[in-house]
Write a protein that binds this ligand. Structure first.
Ligand code: MRU
Length: 368
């Protein structure tokens, strides 16, 4: 069995998170007992990656209800939207965050309609957050199985950023595909772009692959074209933060240029993501909100200035047009163009086992 990192856990002490800012140098965990701390941890990148921040938000909502000082249902109902709003305001691009909060809101409404007993309401919210975490794990395993069939029997594959266990709280989406393929006997070697400026590739994906015993070569982002041109890369598989109705996909900055280079060099380019990453309320990727992060991440490296005092841009994500995507691998199967039809059909198919609502509901970037 490969070693799989666990970025987040619900415990009786609180929500325990592996601090991803400190990896790979240090493996440090924090225990959060207040939903505001969970919100801060998401905003400050203690935990990151689309499905993982969804799990964190769900656990934050559960924590807010479980630790609330409310003595009546009315008091709890007044506090609840504040908890949801605080968690929803953390990061704007990954729709899994809003999907998870929406699920917690639905469960809260359901359970409050059936009982006024605060003990039962608190227990139900904790159970729902744990159910969401479990679902992310089963989603990843299914994505891994579907995606492994698309991986070459041997040779080099490429990913970008970190779409591993650290990013999903399961076995990973893109890295889950690679993991399952390797477990099935594919002889893969992973090319890992470092992913400037936050270095999720160099720090996190490289660490996870080493832990999992999967061979890799770390490259800088500007080496991607060179390696794709050699003809020795059999496939590229990346994760996603939000997939619009037409298949346009927001993912870590730099994904778009990799997709263009893949197209130019005829390398299949796959997106691996759970259906909770679909946002069918957006017709195309141009409507996806893109997070702008601090300029210091570009002008500084570990607190040391590496550029003169100039303006620096730092969009955290870009949008890859659907026409550059060979297929989207989800827990319900693999879909291909035309995506407007295939994604709509996919979202309408029943979820395997756990009852997950397909696709984020409209209006999810608004706070709850
Ligand atoms: O800014 P981050 O580290 O949260 O960005 C993460 C990514 O872009 C991942 O590729 C994406 O969330 C997919 S993770 C399964």
């Amino acid at each position: 069995m490969m070693r799989v990192a666990q970025p987040i856990r619900w415990t009786s002490e609180g929500v325990v998170m592996l601090d991803q800012r400190r990896l790979p140098a240090e493996v440090i965990h924090h225990t959060y007992t207040d939903y505001r701390e969970v919100a801060r941890a998401i905003g400050e990148m203690v935990i990151r990656g689309a499905p993982a921040i969804g799990v964190a938000a769900a656990m934050g909502v559960a924590l807010g209800v479980e630790r609330s000082a409310a003595r009546t249902l009315e008091e709890l109902k007044t506090e609840f939207p504040v908890v949801c709003d605080t968690l929803a305001r953390t990061r704007p691009t990954a729709v899994d965050l809003f999907w998870a909060i929406e699920r917690m809101k639905q469960r809260f409404a359901e359970v409050c309609a059936g009982t006024r007993d605060l003990v039962r309401i608190r227990a139900a919210m904790v159970a729902e957050a744990q159910q969401i975490h479990l679902q992310k794990k089963t989603d990843d395993e299914a994505i891994g199985r579907f995606g492994a069939e698309l991986m070459p029997a041997e040779g080099q594959v490429m990913t970008h950023c970190n779409a591993g266990a650290l990013a999903t709280a399961g076995i990973g989406s893109a890295l889950g595909v690679i993991r399952v393929a390797v477990e099935q006997g594919h002889k893969l070697h992973v090319l890992v772009p470092e992913t400037r400026p936050y270095l999720q590739g160099a720090r996190l994906t490289a660490w996870e692959l080493v832990e999992g015993g999967i061979p890799l070569t770390l490259i800088t982002d500007n080496m991607v074209g060179h390696f794709l041109k050699t003809g020795k890369v059999g496939a590229i598989v990346v994760g996603a933060d939000r997939i619009a109705a037409n298949g346009d996909t927001a993912n870590k900055i730099g994904t778009y240029q990799i997709a263009v280079l893949a197209h130019e060099n005829r390398v299949p380019f796959y997106v691996a993501a759970p259906t909770s990453t679909l946002d069918l309320s957006l017709a195309s990727g141009e409507h996806i909100p893109i997070e702008e992060r601090p300029a210091e991440e570009v002008t500084h490296f570990r607190g040391v200035r590496i550029a003169p005092e100039v303006a620096a841009a730092n969009p955290a994500f870009d949008v890859t047009p659907a026409r550059l995507i060979s297929a989207i691998i989800t827990e319900r199967g693999v879909v291909r163009a035309p995506y407007t039809e295939s994604l709509r059909r996919l979202a309408a198919t029943p979820a395997p086992r756990s009852a997950a609502p397909a696709a984020a509901p409209a209006g999810h970037t608004k706070s709850c």
